[in-house]
Design a protein around this ligand. Structure first.
Ligand SMILES: [Zn+2]
Ligand SMILES: [Zn+2]
Length: 146
C-alpha cells in the first residue's frame, strides 16, 4: 500500500510530501537527538531521499555522531522546527523527524537505539527491540530481522 506522508515545520515555510514507504522507523536517545528534540529522544522515519518532495528552504547543521559519521540535521531557519536528517553512512536516505508529520500516527516505530542515554522519565514501549547504543550491524540490519 502506498503511503502518502506529509509534513512540515511549525511556521509553514518548509513542507514536504512523499509516496515512499518508510524503511526504518525508530526512536533515538542519543544526546544529539535529545538536544535537538525538545524531549528525551528523536523519532526518525527513514526513506529514500529521492522520493521526497521538499518545498521551502531547509537549513542544515552538520555534527559527527559517535561513529564518526556526519549527521546533517535539517531544520526550518525561521521557526527552528526539526524536519529531517541525513547520515553520511547512509547516502540516499532521508530521516524525517516524526514530530514534523501532519499525522504522526501514519508511522509505527520499530526499534529504540541509544536506550542507555535515555532520561529516566522518558519511558519507551517495552515491546520494541531496544539497543543500548547503535547496533553494530546498523539499524537496517535490525529491521531486516523483524
Ligand atoms: Zn518554519
Ligand atoms: Zn540520535
Amino acid at each position: 500500500m502506498a503511503t502518502n506522508l506529509k509534513g512540515g515545520c511549525l511556521c509553514g515555510a518548509v513542507t514536504y510530501e512523499t509516496q515512499a514507504e518508510p524503511q526504518i522507523v525508530g526512536h533515538c536517545h542519543c544526546v544529539d537527538c535529545r538536544k535537538s528534540s525538545g524531549t528525551g529522544h528523536g523519532t526518525h522515519v527513514g526513506l529514500p531521499e529521492d522520493a521526497l518532495a521538499v518545498h521551502g528552504e531547509i537549513k542544515f547543521y552538520d555534527h559527527p555522531a559517535d561513529s564518526g559519521n556526519i549527521v546533517s540535521r535539517g531544520f526550518c531557519g525561521n521557526c527552528g522546527s526539526a524536519i529531517l536528517s541525513r547520515n553520511s553512512a547512509m547516502t540516499g536516505m532521508a530521516f524525517l523527524r516524526a514530530s514534523s508529520l501532519e499525522n504522526p500516527d501514519a508511522v509505527t516505530p520499530q526499534m529504540i537505539v541509544y536506550a542507555s542515554r535515555a532520561p529516566s522519565w522518558d519511558k519507551m514501549d517495552p515491546d520494541l527491540p531496544s539497543f543500548a547504543e547503535m547496533p553494530d550491524a546498523g539499524p537496517a540490519a535490525v529491521m531486516a530481522d523483524h
